[in-house]
Design a protein around this ligand. Structure first.
Ligand SMILES: [Zn+2]
Length: 311
């Protein structure tokens, strides 16, 4: 089989789910570019693939970029957008997908650190389990405001591994004025289904529909150090410690008021504008607070205070 024939068969295979295209047609187009126009094979291949992507109305990552994979990499070394890589990782955390098109979103880790991942409903992939280790072949890197993540796609090959993967510590520390407490804070309800724990919206889980939720406490906050803002999440334990309000007390507050939102309002009143130093692992754009301390003075009191007042 000639080189071009092989490329043609691979391309036809890539688009077999999307277009009615035969290896012969693809080969003809490649041949035309390579022999007629003296285009290098790689470039010809890219050009032909792009034109089929247009025909199919697809994004590049919807199809297998055969031969363009970057091979096995460690998550912390990812520093390029739209690169195809393979990972050997452990699922460190899964969280609320937040949108019906998203099948799973969470955090993958290996020795080098952690990285956010997303998989989409349309890719019809098997679900990853929290705590399990996987070989993930053909994932695509993504960059947003300097932070990298990976997207699983329909060509991603998922193999569960029977081994323990150590996840590197990429704990960070940030400090500043707590200038905002976001919606979804205070007394929340989580889906009780096993391994779900999604936060319910109006009594509904995005995966399991209407369920009897379980109460939990959480604060999604914003720390402003005067130069940048950092989104932080306090879990039940650290929220109780931060606010001095236990889950039981929060439930009582909500029952007395016949309204769960009073809890977040009370928390706002007691902690907004104060200065904290927090430390914990990075989860996507959030720092998950494991430890915190209350500071008496901000590093840059003036600008943090101005920001705090303006919110
Ligand atoms: Zn659920």
């Amino acid at each position: 089989m000639t080189d071009l024939r092989q490329h043609a068969e691979e391309i036809a295979e890539q688009f077999s789910d999307h277009l009615d295209v035969t290896p012969d047609e693809v080969e003809e187009r490649l041949e035309n570019l390579v022999e007629e126009y003296r285009v290098p094979v790689d470039e010809a291949r890219r050009s032909v693939v792009n034109s089929y992507l247009d025909d199919a109305g697809l994004e590049r990552d919807a199809i297998r970029a055969s031969g363009s994979g970057g091979g096995l990499v460690e998550v912390a070394t990812i520093d390029e957008d739209e690169a195809w890589v393979d990972l050997k990782t452990k699922v460190v955390d899964l969280w609320d997908p937040g949108h019906e098109s998203i099948a799973q979103v969470g955090l993958l880790g290996d020795e080098s650190g952690t990285i956010k991942f997303v998989s989409f409903q349309t890719s019809e992939l098997p679900k990853l389990e929290e705590g399990a280790a996987y070989s993930l072949k053909n994932v695509v890197t993504d960059e947003y405001q300097g932070t990298y993540s990976v997207k699983l796609n329909r060509t991603t090959e998922i193999t569960e591994l029977d081994e323990e993967i150590e996840v590197g510590d990429d704990s960070t520390e940030v400090e500043g004025a707590l200038v905002d407490i976001q919606s979804g804070s205070g007394l929340i309800k989580r889906c009780p289904e096993e391994d779900c724990t999604r936060v319910l919206q109006n009594g509904r889980c995005s995966e399991h529909g209407s369920v009897e939720g379980e109460f939990d406490l959480r604060i999604k906050g914003v720390l402003d150090d005067g130069e940048a803002v950092h989104e932080v999440i306090f879990d039940k334990e650290t929220t109780e410690e931060l606010t001095g309000v236990t889950l039981e007390e929060a439930k009582q507050q909500a029952m007395d008021a016949l309204d769960t939102t009073v809890v977040a309002d009370e928390m706002r009143a007691s902690v907004l504008g104060r200065y904290y130093r927090v430390a914990g692992p990075t989860l996507g754009r959030y720092v998950l607070v494991n430890d915190f301390e209350t500071l008496t003075e901000p590093a840059d009191a003036e600008s943090a205070l101005i920001k705090a007042r303006s919110i």
